[in-house]
Design a protein around this ligand. Sequence first.
Ligand code: GCB
Length: 598
Amino acid sequence: IVDATVPGSSSSNEITYTQKRRAQPNTGGALYPQATDTRDLQTGPVIPMPVPSSYNDIGEDASLRDHVGLVWYDRRFYVPSSWQQNKQRIWLRFSSVHYAAQVWVNGKLVTYHEMGHLPFEVEITNVVCEKGSNLLTVVVDNTLLSDTVPQGSIRDTFVGINKVKQEQTYTFDFFNYAGIHRTVFLYSTPQIYIDDVIVNTDIQGLTGFIVYNVTQKGLSDGGSVECLIQILDKNDTQVAAANDCAGLIEIGNANFWWPYLMHPNPGYLYTFRVSLIGIQGETIDTYNQKIGIRTVTWSNTTIFINDKPIYLKGFGMHEDSDLRGKGWDPVLWVKNFNLIRWLGANAFRTSHYPYAEEIYQLADAQGIMIIDECPGADTDVFSEALLTKHKQSLTELIRRDKNHPSVVMWSVSNEPRSANRLADAYFGEIVRHVKTMDLSRPVTIAISQHYAADRAGQHLDVICFNRYNGWYTSTGSLSMITNNVVDEANAWHLKHNKPIIMTEYGADTIAGLHLIPEYVWAEEYQVALMSEHFKAFDKLRQAGFFAGEFIWNFADFKTAQTITRVGGNKKGIFTRSRQPKASAHHLRARYLSLAAAD
Ligand code: GCB
């Protein structure tokens, strides 16, 4: 299911892992002062480790699951000789390494990257050998500190006289899985290569417009190349073409990209094919980018896709599964998407971090809308260092996801401490930063602070709020839910005059636990709590400014160990192995009836 435009991949074989040392927290960003020689890295006990996967749940030992600090991955690889004969550039691309990675090839440090949920790449042409094998070593650090994205802290606990054990703590509610989480690609490009493609689309009547910009790298001074742009429809038939590297292409009678259940043919994608053409007319490099022609606009009450009002029906999700942790797993995600459509949902939020790119490709093709989220500022320390890294993560997120028609909104944070007086300037700056990169999508935050105290909402286009009526507040009591939800949504709209979405509500539920009258943790309670929310949502839809509902969560998921979690967070409407609780059937009935009415 990966749109594989690269000639080779190093993702599937066994690699080895060596645990040697702990990270040194608080070393001012220099987390790896000790890693200098890869010969040293091949010594010591090793265990086989699959990629992509989290390493935490592979073993039987809590020390691997709860490990804090560095791990080393090693593997040898060969470079196809044709790449070197054809003077190709050779690259490594990591789709995600959590949290920080230092990459060595044949004993040379080639790159360093932070932010576990975003990709990075590096050219390694000059460090690989032509004939023998090459040694790739990736040092992975899962340490989260006050200025990492997301934040955490390290504390020392005494496990005996003078023996100190480091423990990672964090306030977010999902397990800090670590490792090489997504696919690793070894690939080649020509010397002059396509660096980026930026596509925006517009619609007038039946006509679609594609505004694009292609950038290339590697051209020597005085050299020149031209671009050939071809637009292909679903059957690979060319429907338009152009000869400029930047411009506007018009498609008459276009097939627009529509959300699931809003159109008989949702998720229509064209191929935007760009070729770099040399002075002798030769093709130098080609790239195929899937695009959807659609618009996202918003007023003070409503979000529109292609000028039609849209009501988002979905859930918060997680990249999480048994054994693999946060490792990219095509089986899991094809199943997830089948369940999303079975439910009649049309949207989800990538709570609380960017997901694997393949997931967005599935959403593009199936017409599922995404609120694309980046972690940040779940802390009262609104430091310059955090602001810089938070902005950097948004830069990388938008650079990665800008062309996905499925992405209809940016969420720049989940539940920040937005009542803090520093939150005003902080989020003002974050939103300004996003707007310098993309004006075509609304910006939001999933807010949990009280509407009267919050200082972030003023900077947003859409207000999302999370609230656990009947669970964390008034536990076990259902009667106040409907009024509370209606009152709070009204208050947010009154304060900001913007569209309002409820991005979290729910109840932990042990699958198979049945209790009547309904009682917390039982399937009956989750269903009853949902019904009270549905009444509120129906009232709010009449009020005209309510733009969506997202239950928490799609499936049960693993968290850190606490006495409030039973083997993890159980607010899923599906179990962790994707079997429905009663709530899944209840949600399905609602989402399908809403779709029929829309
Ligand atoms: C929240 C968080 C989410 C948690 C959820 C819960 O407010 O945004 O990450 O998992 O509550 O279940 O407590």
